[in-house]
Design a protein around this ligand. Structure first.
Ligand code: FES
Length: 87
């Protein structure tokens, strides 16, 4: 795995299946001064951090789903398979 691995998560909101959009700018005026950056589902307002963890008191019941994946090197990522995961 690379030293700074990118997050891997399905871009499907766990509320009703909409697509969260990027909201990477900390302090985004639309999200408040304490917004740390992450993802926003514009449909009903669920917010997720950069790792796909849902913030409290949002419609989404769970974090974004993480698909099976594995790093094949510093710049290669395979999604859909994780041969190292316990069976
Ligand atoms: S579908 Fe994402 S908040 Fe409703």
């Amino acid at each position: 795995m690379p030293a700074t691995a990118p997050p891997v998560a399905n871009g499907i909101c766990t509320h009703l299946g909409c697509s969260p959009s990027t909201a990477f700018t900390p302090g985004d005026p639309a999200l408040g001064a304490d917004w740390p950056g992450g993802f926003l589902c514009p449909c009903h307002g669920s917010t997720f951090d950069f790792a796909g963890r849902v913030f409290k008191n949002k419609p989404a019941p769970t974090n974004l789903e993480v698909p099976p994946h594995q790093f094949l090197g510093d710049i290669r990522l395979m999604i859909g398979s994780d041969e190292l995961a316990p069976a």
